[in-house]
Design a protein around this ligand. Structure first.
Ligand SMILES: [Zn+2]
Length: 254
């Protein structure tokens, strides 16, 4: 069995956490790939990660709405990536009703990143808290040929179906498992071919997780619970969501 953690902030683990141990536990749990999203532009992958064997790391480039001030100098222009150094996705970017940053400014920064995704023909990793209809409109009018991911989805089943109809994938985390009944309804509306799994580590540990912080190894436990809710053998679920992730990020199966 192999797992793909499609949203893990390996570059933002607390200083007390040993990245090499985190990766060892991930490999032992069957994690073969990790996507590290950007929050303030480019991702600086720790040295232990770049030398890790048996696990492949991909990165995305993005400005999270909570990091707009930190990324200020970069906002507005289309970045100039040299060939071979283009990230596999844009994000995480989006809208968040909890933040003090005005919704107008959030929309401006999100809209700019949708333009970058179009310019480079990349999928988008969307961070969304509230503002579902507004985000849906923006994603629909951006008409992204590579689609998008709503990460750590815990919204309504109906809204998930609308995102899927607009070309989206729904990524499930420990947050998605908090309300089993809602998740079950959502899984009845969203085809398996549009599901992904993630930990969002170091945030959002699963209840009962033994480490102090969340980490990519937890994707196997999240997958086991999702498989149970879907009524599928865990091996089958693991393989489907793994190949879904390869497909949206256009990664070779190697
Ligand atoms: Zn995140």
């Amino acid at each position: 069995m192999r797992w793909f953690d499609t949203h893990c902030h390996l570059d933002r683990l607390p200083a007390e956490v040993a990245v090499d141990m985190v990766l060892q536990r991930a490999v032992a749990a069957g994690v073969r790939r990790i996507l590290v999203p950007g929050v303030a532009g480019a991702v600086q992958v720790p040295a232990a990660v770049s030398v890790a064997e048996n696990i492949k790391i991909a990165t995305a480039w993005g400005v999270h709405p909570d990091f707009v001030a930190a990324a200020n100098g970069q906002i507005g222009a289309i970045p100039d990536w040299k060939n071979g150094h283009t990230p596999v996705a844009i994000g995480e970017c989006g809208l968040d009703r909890r933040l003090a940053l005005s919704i107008d400014r959030q929309e401006e920064v999100f809209g700019w990143q949708l333009q970058i995704a179009r310019a480079y023909d990349l999928p988008v990793i969307v961070h969304l808290v509230g503002h579902g209809q507004r985000a849906l409109q923006m994603l629909q009018s951006a008409a992204l040929s590579r689609g998008f991911i709503i990460h750590s989805y815990s919204g309504s089943p109906e809204m998930a179906a609308e995102f899927v109809a607009a070309g989206g994938f729904v990524s499930l985390s420990a947050a998605s498992l908090r309300n089993r009944e809602k998740l079950q309804k959502m899984l009845a509306l969203v085809p398996l071919s549009r599901l992904l799994l993630e930990t969002d580590a170091p945030d959002m540990p699963l209840p009962g997780w033994s480490e102090k912080y969340n980490e990519p190894a937890a994707v196997a436990a999240i997958g086991a619970q999702v498989a149970e809710i879907c009524g599928l053998p865990v091996e089958k679920l693991a393989e489907v969501v793994y190949t879904n992730a390869l497909r949206i990020f256009a990664l070779k199966d190697e």
